[in-house]
Design a protein around this ligand. Sequence first.
Ligand code: UT7
Length: 325
Amino acid sequence: MTAIRSVVLGCGSYLPRQILTNAELAARVDTSDEWIVQRTGIRQRHIAAEGEFTSHLAMNAARAALAHARVDAQSIDLIVLATSTPDNTFPATAVAVQEALGINRGAAFDLQAVCSGFIFALATADNFLRAGAYKRALVIGAETFSRILDWKDRGTCVLFGDGAGAVVLEAEVQPGKSSDRGILTTHLRSDGRHKSKLYVDGGPSSTQTVGYLRMEGREVFKHAVGMITDVIVDAFNATGLTAEDIDWFIPHQANKRIIDASAHKLHIAPQKVVLTVDLHGNTSAASIPLALAVAVKDGRVKKGDLVLLEAMGGGFTWGSALLRW
Ligand code: UT7
């Protein structure tokens, strides 16, 4: 029996030009390069320039993905943009990207699941494509977290950065087997009981301000590995595939210790793990497509490879996606 699969036609990413190193941060708050590297694996992050918005980052990543996929922007009929740092409260940042790309058909909307945003957006687009509602989708993760950081709080300001990544998906008929190309399965979870462990202390309805990111880091850490591995086991159970079958593990890039512990628990070999957190810190919804674009560009991810994606973040939200490149 055949199945419609969302096949990845291409991917792209964008990082703002300005780099902020750990040493530069140590001059601002009571921290050190040694502490940040040891506890997180982060060495630097990129910061959007004045006047450079989430939509600009998203647009650059989208253009790179379209070029890599060798498809025209006009062929896109769905844009799902994951962000927690939109240009404005409304309209959606996705419509700014849609306009910039000269697209005026189909639908474009934002989706908010914080650091899990890209997985949630990928799953959303995949469901629309498999249902036959749209044919070609742009899925984007784009953030300017530098704008919601409390630069006096060393517990959070050293962790996050700005960036964007995107993929182009196309609905294609495949044989309906686990050897198919495209997205094989997605699994999404959330549990609002944890909502005060990672949040922004402002918003249009509550304070009429944007607010700043607040996090109980140790609490997030405590739950992360268990949640991540659970939802990956869901992906294995749904497909009959195992950790042995995985060619590349491309996790949300928040903390190298969380990534290492998750891979270890799942028995995924360290050489299969794509790690870019050192280069851009935690870019929330942008981190998976940023890492993916690096591994595709340097030739690690090749056609037919089995790629495992996962993320966990504010809400809490968490999710996994298993796809064949
Ligand atoms: O994207 C998903 C959401 N985010 C995450 O996944 C983040 C999850 N959490 C983490 O990655 C880690 O909990 C952190 C990196 C945030 C912190 O690492 P930790 O090993 O959990 O450290 P901690 O919070 O237990 O703090 C250890 C010590 C504390 O000092 P005392 O109380 O032991 O004297 C902190 O005050 O480190 C101190 N500390 C710092 N020291 C230097 C906290 N931040 C810093 C800092 N520089 N930037």
